[in-house]
Design a protein around this ligand. Structure first.
Ligand SMILES: [Zn+2]
Length: 384
């Protein structure tokens, strides 16, 4: 999810309590799915530099699609029924927030710039990977020790005071490692599972989305579903800097419908404010957004599919914009009827982003249920 402007407000309300999933008891994500998820999350995919992750993703979905293509900036698309005239998109974004090397001091420290909404508050003491032509160069965000900080000199992390140390004493030494202005930097934190039910790691925003739309394709194939329309499974680049990949691909595909998935804030943890951010909980199911960009007729179809499939869901109200690729689809290609199906997530844009496994499964099931309910000739207009 892209960082919205500070004045963007939202409110949300919870729906009914969680119901058991249709196939409770049987593992929904098998070993191959979990192996892919771990590899996909652990691979860095900084905004503007997503190609490695996109290759992994394309290789994974290949068995379940008829064809695939990529665009100039790296958005990847798997297609089922490429000949069909009526086109439906399911979409997520592939990129992760990161930093750029911005300024190397003469004594070998590195100052950074944001690539997406990276959070300066969490930087001190983190280990990072600097991506260079020579491969990964390791570095750390340093910080003055607690012993030397005083009430008068107790800085708060900010973009202009966080810095990287890569073990070099001069700018020349840094450059000799292959590091130059413009190299991208990611955290090294990797995937882990908490209490068997919580996926935690870096950049679950929104690579859980890429995983979930791929799992929809897997599920459709496994259940031998014949769709009466073309399905475009889209993994867009550059969402974190303003929905750019989606803006590009919507013009290329010009779909009749788009179901977008991204993450949204769980608001149950300490220091969150429900009056400001709504009442959304991990474990309570996918979150359906209400807002001008969300097409009400599409939303009704999504809710009908959830109800029929006995899947739990929550509701959230957005203000001017959803802050997700939904906006790019809704307001692109002369207006594509769109809906947003979000995965609740804790600690967004930190290295310990966390989601509930059952929610992940239920987003996959809900998207698949929506697709199965379509005839492929829907006219979504409000006034006909
Ligand atoms: Zn984000």
């Amino acid at each position: 999810m892209a960082k919205k402007p500070a004045n963007a407000k939202s409110a949300a309300r919870k729906n009914a309590p969680v119901k058991a999933s249709a196939n409770a008891g049987k593992a929904f994500f098998g070993t191959a799915s979990m192996d892919f998820l771990e590899r996909y999350l652990n691979n860095a995919s900084p905004t503007g530099f997503e190609s490695g992750g996109q290759r992994l993703w394309l290789d994974y979905i290949k068995p379940w699609v008829d064809s695939s293509f990529t665009d100039n900036y790296g958005t990847a698309v798997g297609v089922i029924n490429p000949e069909a005239k009526y086109k439906v998109v399911i979409e997520a974004h592939a990129d992760e927030i990161s930093w750029f090397v911005h300024y190397i001091t003469k004594d070998g420290f590195i100052y950074v710039r944001r690539n997406g909404g990276s959070d300066h508050m969490i930087a001190p003491s983190k280990r990072v990977n600097i991506h260079t032509d020579n491969g990964i160069v390791k570095a750390v965000f340093g910080w003055p020790a607690i012993h030397v900080r005083t009430p008068k000199n107790d800085p708060t992390p900010a973009l202009d005071n966080i810095f990287l140390d890569c073990g070099c004493a001069t700018k020349e030494e840094v450059e000799a490692l292959g590091v130059h202005v413009g190299c991208v930097i990611t955290y090294e934190d990797e995937f882990m599972v908490l209490n068997k039910n919580t996926f935690t790691g870096r950049a679950l925003d929104n690579r859980m989305g890429g995983f979930m739309i791929a799992e929809v394709a897997r599920m459709l194939k496994a259940e031998k579903v014949k769709l009466p329309f073309g399905l475009y499974i889209v993994n867009s680049v550059q969402e974190e800097v303003g929905l750019r990949g989606a803006e590009m691909i919507v013009e290329r595909i010009r779909p009749n419908l788009a179901l977008v998935t991204d993450v949204t804030h769980d608001t149950q943890t300490p220091l969150m404010n429900k009056i400001q951010s709504g009442d959304v909980a991990c474990g309570q199911g996918p979150v359906l957004a209400y807002g001008p960009a969300v097409h009400n007729n599409v939303l009704k179809t999504v809710i009908a599919a959830a109800t029929k499939a006995k899947l739990p869901f929550q509701r959230a109200a957005v203000s001017r914009a959803t802050g997700t690729d939904t906006d790019a689809f809704a307001y692109g290609a002369a207006g594509v009827p769109s809906a947003l199906i979000s995965l609740p997530l804790r600690y967004m844009h930190t290295t310990v982003e966390s989601v509930n496994k059952q929610d992940v499964e239920n987003v996959v099931r809900l998207i698949a249920a929506c697709l199965r309910s379509l005839k492929g000739n829907e006219d979504w207009r409000y006034i006909k």
